[in-house]
Design a protein. Structure first.
Length: 326
């Protein structure tokens, strides 16, 4: 049955995050032959609407307001709810990011419907839609469906593949106004601690370091390898607690959850809290001097050795491969 699905596009530094395109692909699954409408909120972001159409959106509704320059749950919820009331969608899809994890419960509460969070796959079976999500820190998965009239889900980045970009696609881009008032929180400035480069939560390749890197300087070889592979650098909580790097790089149960195509764990023992944040990576490579380290139990490939010897060798080999194929 054709449905109308509303997707929230997420913008960071005037660029669309990849999870926005993945959410559109999820929306196409839910809409079937229906319509995928994208809500684009922010300040001076209307020019991004065309790219959303190229990735599968049918219509883009743009709300530009200086109060939406930086995310706040009050501002974004008011703007999004106005679009919901205008469009009456059968489904709402938001990325399972810091923004989505804050905003989605508020929207669900206002609409008095349920929320299925951290969805990793969607299956359409006759008239039922089945959502799969991890539980128990990724050690098991559950399948859920909703009986509410409106389905609200958040999708985990890097799990639902975005549609191929089609530059010939066109559609309607409409600017609308929203009555944004009663802002209890005003963001004056955003100070980013994370390093420049690829977004850790959306990276296709992650090179992560643990206590085995021994110091902040020990992360330098990892950064070089990540740069060569076009990936991001992450860390275990142990490395963050030891002040080797900032907590914005932490991966694990109390940090970020990542699901890259390739995860290279360097000097990470494999504590259960860390595994909760990366065990669903498609390919895991572990580098550790201890052959009995728990990380090898989840790794697809294991290298027993000193990371300060192994990582530079890998970096040089990848440089040669890239040079030969370029």
């Amino acid at each position: 049955m054709a449905k109308k699905i509303l997707v929230l596009a997420e913008v960071r530094d005037h660029s669309l995050r990849n999870v926005s395109f993945e959410a559109i692909a999820a929306g196409r699954q839910l809409a079937e032959s229906g319509q995928v409408v994208v809500a684009l909120l922010g300040e001076k972001i209307a020019s991004l609407g065309t790219e959303l159409l190229h990735y599968g959106a049918d219509r883009v509704l743009v709300v530009e307001d200086e109060k939406l320059k930086n995310y706040s749950s009050d501002g974004y919820s008011q703007a999004l709810l106005e679009i919901v009331n205008q469009e009456n969608p059968e489904g709402i899809i938001i990325g399972h990011t810091a923004l989505g994890k804050d905003l989605a419960p508020k929207i669900a509460s206002k609409l008095n419907v349920g929320l299925i969070s951290d969805v990793t796959s969607i299956e359409v079976e006759d008239d039922d839609v089945i959502f799969t999500r991890p539980i128990y820190s990724g050690k098991a998965f559950e399948k859920k469906k909703t009986l509410d009239d409106v389905v609200i889900i958040t999708i985990r980045p890097n799990n639902i593949e975005a549609l191929d970009k089609d530059g010939s696609r066109s559609g309607e881009i409409e600017k609308i106004s929203a009555n944004i008032t009663d802002l209890r929180t005003i963001v004056q400035e955003v100070v980013r601690k994370a390093s420049d480069g690829v977004d850790l939560s959306e990276a296709k390749v992650v090179v992560a370091g643990g206590r085995g890197v021994k110091s902040a300087e020990g992360f330098e070889p990892l950064k070089e390898l990540a740069s060569v592979l076009g990936g991001a650098v992450g860390a275990s909580r142990g490395a963050c607690d030891a002040d080797y790097c900032d907590y914005s790089l932490q991966i694990g149960q109390t940090g970020k959850v990542v699901t890259p195509d390739l995860y290279i764990a360097c000097g990470i023992s494999g504590a259960i809290q860390h595994l909760a944040g990366m065990s669903n990576s498609k390919v895991i490579v572990a580098i550790n001097k201890d052959p009995d380290a728990n990380i090898f139990n989840v790794a697809d490939y294991g290298i027993v050795g000193d990371l300060f010897e192994v990582v530079p060798l890998l970096t040089e080999e990848f440089k040669k491969i890239k040079a030969a194929t370029s």
